[in-house]
Design a protein around this ligand. Structure first.
Ligand code: GLU
Length: 297
């Protein structure tokens, strides 16, 4: 008996600091957890739905970015922060799942469809453009924001790049499996496309002169500039529309519809605006009007 008692005490001694650590992790980033209080503790869902399954499990697995400031950036506690993260927390709250029960899985651009298809994540919120090609393999709730492809160059724009046509012959960095990379290949094939798996590597390559420009969504680029204003600037003339959706398994119309309903409520009650203001809005300015939601098709 004494042995067991000692063991329990030892477990408690280990558990206590862990608990303290996780509390710090939640509290440490201040306002970005402002939606935590709105968890729907009375949520109940029709049996056999994804919502019921996640609600009963009290947990949800979300694919997001880990290296994109303002949208999904891992903090020092190892927890991602940003607008996508806040949107996922709003959906989790609607499911009755606490934010600290969200399992975050890094989903780089090329991994998003496979991770959804394989069931490695329940949903993806990761600067994820809704488009017809992707809709062949996954479904999208949303959009919850509309970005546009833009170009980031070295501070002072030494090569005088004003738009995508000026990228002809220039080493232009983007990310494998992204819509900007696809757009460059199809519409601006004269650019010398250099592809990495994540945008932070493109920023490094631009900084050390391995590439001449980085192209992706304007708000992603604004986030990269915000971390290194002395090194970079954004051209500031978006040339595509990138509606951000939440990817879910194809054919799960009930879950997709639930996410749209949750977004609709968050658009109306100020949670969406607050999520924006606390994250991307700190750099990108006031929230635009929320976009019109699609029909999960
Ligand atoms: N929104 C674009 C996409 O979904 C670019 C950003 C990204 O790669 O995450 O491909």
């Amino acid at each position: 008996m004494p042995v067991r008692r000692i063991r329990r005490a030892a477990v408690a001694a280990v558990a206590a600091p862990l608990l303290a650590l996780s509390v710090t992790a939640c509290g440490g980033d201040g306002d970005s957890n402002s939606n935590d209080a709105k968890v729907n503790t009375d949520a109940s869902f029709a049996a056999d739905t994804t919502m019921a399954k996640l609600n009963q499990a009290g947990a949800v697995t979300v694919g997001t970015k880990f290296d994109q400031p303002l949208f999904g950036l891992k903090n020092l506690q190892g927890v991602p922060e940003g607008f996508d993260v806040e949107i996922a927390k709003i959906v989790a709250a609607g499911l009755g799942v606490n934010p600290d029960k969200i399992k975050w899985v890094e989903s780089v651009s090329a991994n998003r469809e496979p991770f959804i298809q394989q069931g490695r994540v329940d949903m993806v919120a990761a600067t994820y453009t809704m488009n017809d090609k992707r809709k062949k393999v996954v479904d999208f709730a949303g959009p919850y924001y509309i970005a546009g492809q833009d170009i980031m160059v070295k501070k002072g724009n030494p090569l005088a790049i004003k738009g995508p046509k000026d990228l002809a012959g220039k080493r232009t960095c983007s990310v494998e499996g992204s819509t900007p990379a696809q757009n460059m290949r199809e519409t601006y094939p004269q650019a010398k496309l250099v592809l990495f798996d994540v945008y932070s590597k493109c920023a490094d390559a631009l900084k050390n002169g391995q590439v001449d420009a980085v192209t992706t969504d304007n708000v992603i680029l604004l986030g990269l500039v915000s971390k290194d204003k002395a090194a970079f600037e954004v051209v500031g003339k978006p040339f595509t529309k990138e509606p951000y959706g939440i990817g879910v398994k194809q054919g799960d119309a009930a879950f997709c519809g639930f996410i749209n309903d949750t977004l609709r409520k968050a658009f109306a009650d100020g949670r969406w605006t607050k999520a924006w203001d606390d994250t991307a809005g700190t750099v990108a300015g006031a929230a635009p009007p929320p976009p019109a939601l699609g029909d999960c098709q």
